[in-house]
Every structure is written in structure tokens, then in C-alpha cells.
Design a protein around this ligand. Structure first.
Ligand SMILES: [Zn+2]
Length: 359
């Protein structure tokens, strides 16, 4: 009897030991996933419906990219969406950066009161954008950087509300290169279409290093601030550089929005380096895409675009299939990360960093 029990334990251990530690493409549907960086600029619900079908939860991030009317409209749409999909869609708030009166106490009071309205609908973060550092200037024409002391009351307010900052600060390093030298076509096509943000054309603007240093200084000045750096913290070009910041700033995490191709680009050269990075920093990486939808999109376009992007990314992180990308030449192999790492990157980290009450 005793021998029999031992035998069964051995069989059981052998069986559980053989349980695959990796997901496959077939598991895509059954795993609850979070896309922590999208932009839903429509109240039609096409994006959200596809997310529900694909077992995704969403964080839609409002962005201060044009004027206060747009910021208000994004807020209204986010509030409609979170009400319609409670526990399934969340939003990051923002505020319109008006430089009138910049640097005065009145400026920060007004900005805080706008921000207070923006977060009052249940925001899970405050999104700060690259206009800080690349567009906004003081009355002497000097660029306003994220570590400017005049922004301190805003940062302190966000910390006091117990919210993280989701910061898109600076740009990919490609932005400072000529189009022909950029490593991925998503960057070269974006900067070809948006020359005002193509810093190679504007040598008088802050440099790439200026942007990264200002962000680093912000984190040094506010060690209590929870900071989620969008787009791999603008250190997309080298996982080792990103690792240095994650080591230095324990309250920093990053999302991967629109930069997974940069991980793939590095994978093509040295897969193990990227894979080891993802495993080592498994608690600090948030899956995100930067997918968006607006009023003019039809359902079919939104559904197929987001579904295909999500499936493709899942394949990269979970399998070791040979893959290609439409963003650069060459092949690379999927990372086949262990299940527990995939679960963190695809949801558990977003839940923890953004304190999401997911349903
Ligand atoms: Zn974005």
C-alpha cells in the first residue's frame, strides 16, 4: 500500500512536471489579457466589443495633443466607455497644457483644478505627453521640460491622489536620425508624416539625451512617484539601457505600446538578450499596443486590425515560431516566455501598477 502511494506521488509529480510551461496560440482566447495603452476616440464601441471577444481589458489614455476641446471630448468618450464596460475599460486622464501664466502659482492652481475634473470620473492614471519637452515653451522661447520646478505642484498633486503618471516623454531614438537611417518603418513613416516631431530636422530642439535626462531627473526628484513610461520609456532601442533605468528607479515600469517591433528588431540580432530582459524585469513590463479607433472607422476595420495585431503579439511572446515583421527586414524567433511571465506582462502588472479592479 505504502509503495503504491509513493508510486502515485511519483507519477503525479512526473505528470505535473511535464505540464507545459508555455502557452500556445490556442491559449490566446482563454487567458484574460490587458492592453494597457490604447486610444478609443469613438463612442461606437467597436474597439471595446472586439476586446471583449478576444478576452482583453483596456486602458484608454487621453492625450493633450491639440486643444482643450479635444481633451474634453476624449474625457467624455472615456467616461461613456467605462460606464458601458465597468471593470473592463479604464481610462488615464490628462489636462490641457495652456502656457498662459506659466510658472505662476495661478497657473498650477488652474491646471490642478482641470486635472481634478479629469480624474474625478475614476481615472487610473494621469497621462503626460511629449508636448512637454517638444512643443511647449516659456515666454522666453525655452522648452518646458518635465523636470521643470514649475511642474512640481502638478506632480505632487498626482502623487497625493495616489495615481501613477503614464509618461510619453521624448521620442524613439530614431526620431533624431534621418528617415533612411531609422531602424523600423513604423518610425520612418510616422516622422515622414509628422515632420514637426522629426527632431533630425530641428537641431535647435532638445536632444534625445536632454529628454531622457529630464525624465530621469523627474524620477530622482520624486522617488514616491509611480511612473509608467510609455513606449518602453523611450529607451526602445536597447534593452540594456532600459534595464539600467529600471534598476535605478524601482517605481518605474514601462509599457510596450507601438514599440514591440523594437523588441523584435533586437530579437533578430540577439533573441536571448531580449528574452532574458523580459524574464528579469517581468514585474515591470506592461503589454500595450497604442491601437486606436476614431469616429470614422467602421466596425470591420477596427475589429480585424486590433484582432490581428493582438494575435501576432501573442505569438511573439508565447511561441518560438519563426516570424517576420512588416516594419523591418529579416526574421526573428518568438520569445516563448514562461506562462507566469506572460500572465504578468499581459495583465497582472497592469492590475498592480494601475490598481485596476478588473471584472
Ligand atoms: Zn499612445
Amino acid at each position: 500500500m505504502k509503495t503504491c502511494t509513493i508510486f502515485f506521488i511519483i507519477v503525479l509529480l512526473a505528470f505535473t512536471g511535464c505540464q507545459p510551461n508555455y502557452y500556445t496560440s490556442k491559449d490566446y482566447q482563454s487567458v484574460l489579457k490587458i492592453d494597457s495603452h490604447v486610444h478609443i476616440d469613438s463612442d461606437k464601441g467597436f474597439f471595446e466589443d472586439q476586446a471583449m471577444q478576444d478576452n482583453f481589458r483596456l486602458i484608454t489614455l487621453n492625450v493633450d495633443h491639440s486643444d482643450s476641446a479635444s481633451v474634453k471630448q476624449q474625457l467624455d468618450r472615456a467616461l461613456i466607455s467605462i460606464k458601458k464596460y465597468p471593470g473592463k475599460v479604464f481610462y488615464g486622464a490628462t489636462f490641457y497644457f495652456d502656457t498662459t501664466g506659466w510658472g505662476t502659482e495661478a497657473w498650477s492652481r488652474k491646471a490642478i483644478s482641470h486635472l481634478n475634473i479629469s480624474i474625478s470620473g475614476g481615472a487610473v492614471s494621469v497621462k503626460l505627453w511629449k508636448n512637454i519637452g517638444m512643443t511647449e515653451r516659456d515666454k522666453n522661447g525655452k522648452f518646458i521640460m518635465i523636470d521643470d520646478p514649475a511642474l512640481k505642484p502638478i506632480i505632487d498633486f498626482i502623487i497625493s491622489k495616489n495615481l501613477p503618471i503614464t509618461g510619453h516623454l521624448g521620442e524613439p531614438r530614431n526620431c533624431w536620425l534621418p528617415l533612411s537611417e531609422m531602424t523600423v518603418s513604423s518610425d520612418s513613416s510616422y516622422f515622414a508624416e509628422n515632420p514637426r516631431y522629426h527632431m533630425f530636422l530641428h537641431p535647435e530642439y532638445p536632444s534625445y539625451e536632454n529628454q531622457i535626462n529630464a525624465r530621469d531627473l523627474l524620477l530622482e526628484l520624486h522617488p514616491d512617484l509611480k511612473f509608467i513610461g510609455c513606449h518602453l520609456g523611450s529607451l526602445e532601442w536597447n534593452v540594456d539601457e532600459l534595464a539600467k533605468r529600471l534598476d535605478r528607479f524601482p517605481n518605474m515600469a514601462v509599457d510596450m505600446a507601438a514599440r514591440i517591433c523594437h523588441l523584435q528588431y533586437q530579437s533578430a540580432k540577439d533573441r536571448e538578450r531580449v528574452r532574458n530582459f523580459c524574464i528579469k524585469y517581468q514585474d515591470r513590463l506592461l503589454y500595450g499596443t497604442d491601437l486606436s479607433s476614431n469616429e470614422s472607422d467602421d466596425r470591420e476595420k477596427v475589429s480585424s486590425w486590433v484582432h490581428e495585431t493582438w494575435l501576432d503579439d501573442w505569438k511573439y511572446f508565447t511561441t518560438k515560431d519563426k516570424m517576420t515583421s512588416d516594419k523591418f527586414r529579416g526574421t526573428f524567433e518568438g520569445l516563448q516566455l514562461p506562462k507566469e511571465v506572460v500572465r504578468k506582462i499581459y495583465g497582472e502588472n497592469a492590475i498592480r501598477w494601475y490598481k485596476l479592479n478588473v471584472k
